[in-house]
Ligand binder design. Sequence first.
Ligand code: S3P
Length: 445
Amino acid sequence: MNEKNIIFTVNPGGALHGELRVPGDKSISHRSIMLGSLAEGVTEVTGFLEGEDALATLQAFRDMGVNIEGPDNGRVVIHGVGMHGLQEPKGPMNMGNSGTSMRLLCGLLAGQAFNTTLTGDRSLSSRPMRRVTEPLAEMGAVIGTTEAGTAPLNICGDQPLRGIAFDMPVASAQVKSCLLLAGLYAAGRTCVTEPAPTRDHTERMLQGFGYSVERVSLENNCATACVEGGGKLTATNVEVPADISSAAFFMVGASISEGSDILLQHVGINPTRIGVINILRQMGADITLSNQREVGGEPVADIRVRSAPLKGIQIPEDQVPLAIDEFPVLFVAAACAEGETVLTGAKELRVKESDRIQVMADGLQTLGVDARPTEDGMVIQDGGAGSTLGSGQVESHDDHRIAMAFAMAGLRASGPIIINNCANVNTSFPGFVTLAHGAGLNIKA
Ligand code: S3P
């Protein structure tokens, strides 16, 4: 965790304009380092997210002896060591705030010949890890956690793994990816079935690196993904699109501030990630996609967002996993919408970088919004068309997405919003303040 208390001060009003390119996709950046490191040959990554989370993954592979050049303006060159070329790190590897690093690496490391320990910051050390350690144990892995099932994770090497067929109780791409990565090292076949669609970047990228992944479509857009252990990865180049989760702040900001018109360039629109577009459109947002193309196995588009009056909705539960990281800012949209917005089926929000249901409800209440947290979601009442939010001091609880969500709230506030503990914005969105300020948000750090 970042020790320094960075405070955002957002003065009210303004509108968003211009053409923006937000930083690279976090999920894809993590995976590019992992697969590039295990591949045979040299992988060049462009558009890599130089945020602390993806850098934690990068550092872990350097600690395991992989020669990685950069990052230099989003360019990373990875000299792959092959499936069995990683070396024992000198000490524990610190994953910082990054759940993706810890959970995916846990699976990958369970298949190595050496022991490793993964640690994290205070937030990461309180997040549930049994969701990965238990199915990994079924595969034969030996992993120690605290009594609470949290990090540090002590992963014993040299354990023979066997493939399993696992029905995930929670819709989690991190769990799915963890098991597929362990499955690369397991005897036989590892299959993971999701209860609701989850992001499929691991499956796509494995295929991009020449590893066969069998995917069977099920009802409700869900899938089973299977890999056969013992294969190899072949280096390829990865072009990382801009992160739709980062673009989401600007989509909401432009929607709620009158007179806004922005173009978000080269944004990843993988169908497992576009819940934020679907939900905002259902609320009445004016969002158009252009220049749709495929880049390195991932769909990409430019996204134009113009301000529009939003209305409250019952958020369809099937959209929840597709927008799981965007709810902090979607709550801000709901607070600016006419009518009631109800979210259910989103209990996972309570175990993200912070308890995003409670923390957002607290902050919105500080701003005078009628936001009632429920066990698995939130009810946000009529802000009234064109109404403003209040002002005040809110707490981000070191959660990057909470900080950026409340920053966007400033566009519709009646007075300044002061947001505490914003240093972790650097985990996913380095340069946020400069980019947002340039687009018209009255923000300073
Ligand atoms: C991620 C999966 C999601 C998401 C996280 C990134 C990934 O987590 O919230 O920010 O890269 O696989 P869960 O798998 O826990 O839903």
